[in-house]
Design a protein around this ligand. Sequence first.
Ligand code: FMN
Length: 302
Amino acid sequence: MTAFSTPLSRKLGLRYPIVAAPMFIISNKEMIVACAEAGILGSMPSLNARTAEALRADLEWIRARTDKPFAINMTIRLTDPARLQQDVELCEEFDVPVWLTSYGNPTEFVKRARAKGAQVFHDVTNLTHGKKAVSAGVDGIIGVAAGAGGHAGRISPYALIPYLRESLQVPILAAGCISTGRQIAASLALGAELVYMGTRFIASTECGAPEGYKKMVVDAGPEDIVYTDKVSGVHANFLAATLPDAHEAGHGPAEAKRWRDIWSAGHGVAEVHATKSIEAIVEDLVREYHDAVSGLQSLSQS
Ligand SMILES: Cc1cc2nc3c(=O)[nH]c(=O)nc-3n(C[C@H](O)[C@H](O)[C@H](O)COP(=O)(O)O)c2cc1C
């Protein structure tokens, strides 16, 4: 497959400018290694390892299998401070090349990552938070648009990505509703330097989601997705069929149980038609991307 790239994907040493975005509970070390082999950036939230010791074991496992780049996500305000400290130390010890920060102030992470030569990309849903993160020194901004899986924003990707790109002096990663190569081409046209895809990778063989969850993502359309703050107190997108009629909002230790039982996915389910290996998904994405680009060129010649 012919490689394609952006300045940021070349800087990171990726064959394709694609990130398999971190997903609470369900992304795992197997996905990270499969992504590395397929030429994209794999990731997982540090909390998907139940303890810091388990995270150390996962990082050892990954490091034994690949020397390609990968990313660990730290969910700042959702993580116990002592555990967060341990996770940062492990990212330093194992030279994790990319740190993905979300839900909080990334300043301290930027300082620590800088000292190790790691890149920090921070997750935002609007320009105000984007500006704060750029002031904190992050290397890239992840613009999480309306329709994304997980905690999604309210701004359409068509508006959000160029808006962030014009206003901020760092590369933009586009998150939300990207499940095909055609959508990757559109995101790069809007000014993104990497695409950040969650929902498409739920239906991957390597993903830790239960089979019923993968099947529901494959079968669902965007009409089956509900945007609500009733599950965790923060607006997120969920598969409607898994939402109880009345669910109490709130944070705390019950959060993990809720995310295990109530399945999150974004509008990008529209374009997910089968569960495949990550290698096969990336092949599809690359082929679709090249077809989209040449299709656009032939449009103006016909
Ligand atoms: C099940 C699920 C869990 C998620 N958990 C996290 C998380 O722990 N941390 C985070 O920063 N983003 C999380 N996200 C958001 C993704 O990293 C990414 O921004 C999003 O999936 C992109 O939109 P898409 O699903 O339309 O591709 C989650 C998304 C999903 C679908």
